[in-house]
Design a protein around this ligand. Structure first.
Ligand code: KIV
Length: 282
């Protein structure tokens, strides 16, 4: 396999300057990470959305730093080219700047990621600045911030009125000023996302924020159709894995029950399971 250059924050900034769109997906394990990396994702985000799509919870609030760490290790070990971002979960950075630096440091040192993401605007500028000063790049996240679901009164569009829109723009500017290298814009009107994208010199990455951002992110399980019950308007299904996996499982179970699997050629040759890690040379 040819040597692939790791995507750096400098490269991501250069992409914005060159008008190249950033393609971002979430990833939670080695098998998916390898496929998404080889498909050419610029960034793989180990999102705290894992609380919902991996743990089956109704929001991200129960996700622990240890859990994000576990998934970061799996993803970073299987990723060669994409920039890997670890999401700081609820209560891993809100209580003090020291704790925030420590949590971010663990994601980098133990989880192997190249940067961290945190939710919040001007109120978190000092936290982002401290993490950046510790040598760790920070991706910001403003607009609909899922860790504040109770304050927002649900997963609802943010930045509708002029005052709200102004606050979100100010939040994004404050986080850029604090050193963030990129900014997720979630659940805001497309015109506001466009305005923020024009005003920031760092790349914006939208989800449910329209087409004017410098890049887009989707939760990979959602984009790949793992949950047929989840179909918000901002989402496009690029596959129907729920259907494919169900069909494959039914075929396998049928063959096991009728005795046609394993057949004569399915013999054991010293390789018990597949590995999700990167392909080995040669
Ligand atoms: O946790 C996550 O996956 C995210 C993205 C949806 C931006 O924050």
């Amino acid at each position: 396999m040819s040597e692939q250059k790791k995507v750096t924050i400098q490269r991501l900034r250069a992409m914005k300057r060159a008008g190249e769109k950033l393609g971002v997906l979430t990833a939670y394990d080695a098998s998916f990470a390898r496929i998404l990396d080889e498909a050419g994702a610029d960034i793989l985000l180990v999102g705290d959305s894992l609380g919902m799509v991996i743990k089956g919870e109704k929001n991200t609030l129960g996700v622990k730093l240890e859990e994000v760490l576990y998934h970061c290790r799996a993803v970073s070990g299987a990723t060669r080219r994409a920039h890997v971002v670890g999401d700081l979960p609820f209560m891993s950075y809100q209580c003090s700047e020291d704790e925030a630096v420590r949590s971010a440091g663990r994601l980098v040192a133990e989880g192997g990621v190249q940067s961290v993401k945190l939710e919040g605007g001007a109120d978190y500028a000092e936290v982002a600045r401290r993490i950046w000063r510790a040598g760790i790049p920070v991706m910001g996240h403003v607009g609909l911030t899922p860790q504040s679901v109770h304050r927002m009164g649900g997963f609802v569009l943010q930045g509708r009125g002029q005052e709200e829109a102004r606050r979100i723009l100010d939040d994004a500017l404050a986080m850029e000023q604090a050193g963030c290298y990129a900014m997720v814009l979630e659940g805001i009107p497309a015109e506001l996302a466009g305005e923020i994208t024009r005003r920031l010199s760092i790349p914006t990455i939208g989800i449910g924020a329209g087409p004017h951002c410098d890049g887009q992110v989707l939760v990979c399980y959602d984009a790949l159709g793992m949950n047929p019950d989840f179909s918000p308007r901002f989402l496009k299904l690029y596959a129907n894995l729920a259907q494919s996996i169900g069909d494959a499982a039914r075929a396998y179970l049928r063959e096991v029950r009728e005795g046609s699997f394993p057949a004569a050629e399915h013999t054991f040759q010293g390789q018990p399971y597949s590995s999700g890690g990167p392909k080995t040379e040669g």
